[in-house]
Design a protein around this ligand. Sequence first.
Ligand code: ATP
Ligand code: MG
Length: 241
Amino acid sequence: MADTRTPVIELAGIGKTYVSGDVQTPVLFDVGFRIYPGEFVAIVGGSGSGKTTLLNIMGLLDRPSTGKVMVEGREVSNLDEQGRAEVRRDRLGFIFQFHYLLPEFTVIENALMPCRMKGPKYEAAEEPRMRALLDLVGLGEKLRNRPSQLSGGQQQRVAVVRSLANNPALVLADEPTGNLDSRSGRIVFDLMKSLSRESGIAFVMVTHDDDFALEADRVIRIRDGRIESPGTPRPAPAEAT
Ligand SMILES: Nc1ncnc2c1ncn2[C@@H]1O[C@H](COP(=O)(O)OP(=O)(O)OP(=O)(O)O)[C@@H](O)[C@H]1O
Ligand SMILES: [Mg+2]
């Protein structure tokens, strides 16, 4: 049966060739798939297979050479920089391998940074929710600390909370546990998974960790820039038996 839900993101016929002077490096070939609301998806593939390139295109941080990107049913690949920045800010969240917390700001200020970019009123309105989330992830006592006073795993938990600041439809995470020891990595992974369950936000995570991939709802396998397997989308709640 055809899936009638609107995907949070849809890629169709995506190709990417990096061009630098005379040198052309084709990296992605005819990549297409749909991600539905609330899915928790792992992207796996060897080093250099194109995972970061793909995530950057999904996050509107880079433009594809060919093909279309649709966010919540709206084509975004032809938007100008301003339009793309708005979609990034309002509908997408990002978690990277390195947390990129700002050292001169506190934990709560860092978590609220995406709201700050929308204005002080918005920031004030979201503060209680972000405090509650930081509390939930075990950082309630650390709100006024600076990132340098936290462990690597704690810093990455702040980055996970920050990715939810603007109530995104989709969070993109590029090896969010890649820089952590296995225990901290597990905490951060479980946290993303439970937040996704509770919030209905879709998560797409690049990972090299087979255990984590096995625990995802769905695994997208990429090999030499092509989708080897798009995995099976999780059925809509009403269709699930
Ligand atoms: N800006 C760029 N210019 C030219 N080639 C690039 C550029 N960025 C990436 N590449 C090439 O594109 C290919 C895919 O890179 P990408 O970073 O997407 O791989 P990856 O799957 O994320 O790898 P890893 O697991 O090591 O992070 C690689 O061959 C890389 O050398
Ligand atoms: Mg990468």
